[in-house]
Design a protein around this ligand. Structure first.
Ligand SMILES: Nc1nc2c(c(=O)[nH]1)N[C@H]1C(S)=C(S)[C@@H](COP(=O)(O)O)O[C@H]1N2
Ligand SMILES: [Mo]
Length: 358
């Protein structure tokens, strides 16, 4: 197995990228029409294989620097206080496939985002019962899926600071949209960290450990950093950047996905979101470069995307539509992706080419 970072690609997609894209489906953009993405349309990112999991035998072990190490069954977790949250998850690599040079990984265009209603028990309650010791600095979350990345064999694992892990809306989840978790979404148990890019929401969760030192796992230290150049130390990916998408108008061409709409009034709509619990404050829509305000739907909770709409009077000819969100902190989507060697955090504005027929 290769020990080195994979070299960047300029140009056509590699077979490995296409294979990853076939395994890890995106949310078809027409599914932006749903406030809550139906489970079967929710985007998917699985680094290794979906591991075997027997819900009846599953245990969640909580250990490390805790006073009362514990091992809980699924029934015991289901008996704890429950909370359901509507949460938008976006893959940190969403938009990578539009960047050049491209990092050889999952080549998302823009469809690596979805919203679900996740039911579980607050992690804070489990940690309080275990009694996290004062010397603990981070909580490490480990899934049962195992594989190699850049020559290192590991279980998929990520950490959060103790303070972040103690937030009341970080959940240990066993249901999605009112149904038990599906195998591909982490059955029978996963973490959901609202406001963060998806990598923090560890699936097939089997172990939680309190540790005194910053966790050095490959998914924590090597991957998931914003780096303008390969030599940069990098900034860890955490909260989602402000972003927005449009439900594709009209009908598509099969191969190019180019859109065809009828001249006249066209109802455009989509979704916008940001991370860290920051709300979307504004969405603008541009037709051929002229920006105007879209209408915002009511806020759907602290962690879910916000719907928007715009009435377009479509004139015959070729047009380019774009949408652009601004969050309550004043962060705005850039027109071009920020340089990033791993292809992370591309929140540049989406452009949709539309042919309007008379
Ligand atoms: N155990 C485990 N957890 C994981 C992953 C994984 O490969 N293994 N992928 C992560 C990434 S990168 C993302 S974007 C989300 C995707 O969650 P979903 O597939 O349920 O949409 O899961 C995260 N949790
Ligand atoms: Mo991801």
């Amino acid at each position: 197995m290769s020990q080195t970072r994979r070299p960047p690609i300029v140009g056509r997609y590699m077979q490995e990228e296409v294979a990853l894209a076939s395994r890890n489906c995106g949310m078809p953009l027409e599914a932006l029409r749903y406030d809550v993405t139906p489970a079967g349309l929710h985007y998917l990112l699985v680094h290794f294989d979906i591991p075997p999991a027997d819900a009846a035998q599953w245990r969640l072990a909580i250990g490390g620097l805790v006073d009362r190490p514990r091992s809980l069954s699924l029934d015991e977790i289901r008996a704890l206080p429950a909370k359901t949250l509507r949460v938008t998850l976006e893959c940190a690599g969403n938009g990578r496939g539009q960047m050049s040079p491209r990092y050889p990984s999952m080549p998302w265009m823009e469809e690596g985002v979805s919203t679900a209603e996740w039911k579980g028990t607050p992690l804070a309650g489990l940690l309080a019962a275990a009694g996290v010791r004062h010397g603990a600095r981070e909580m490490v979350f480990r899934g049962t899926d195992r594989g190699f990345d850049r020559g290192t064999e590991h279980d998929y694992a990520r950490s959060l600071s103790v303070a972040e892990a103690m937030r009341p809306d970080v959940l240990v989840v066993y249901a999605m949209n009112g149904q038990p978790l599906l195998p591909q979404h982490g059955a029978p148990l996963r973490l959901v960290v609202p406001g963060w890019y998806g990598m923090a929401s560890v699936k097939w969760l089997a172990n939680i450990d309190a540790v005194a030192e910053p966790f050095g796992g490959i998914q924590q230290l090597a991957s998931y950093h914003f780096r303008a150049q390969a030599s940069d130390a990098g900034i860890p990916c955490s909260h989602m950047r402000v972003n927005s998408l449009m439900t594709p108008p009209g009908i598509p061409d099969f191969f190019t996905r180019r859109r065809l709409v009828q001249a006249g009034p066209v109802g455009l709509a989509g979704r916008a979101w940001s991370g860290g619990g920051v709300q979307v404050a504004r969405v603008e829509l541009s037709v051929d470069g002229a920006w105007r305000d879209a209408k915002l739907d009511p806020v759907a909770g602290p962690w879910a995307w916000r719907g928007w709409s715009f009435g377009w009077e479509a004139l015959p000819g070729e047009h380019v539509l774009s949408c652009r969100a601004t969050d309550a902190n004043g962060a705005v989507q850039p027109t071009e992706p920020l340089p990033d060697v791993g292809g992370f955090g591309n929140n540049s504005t989406q452009s949709v080419a539309v042919s309007v027929r008379a």
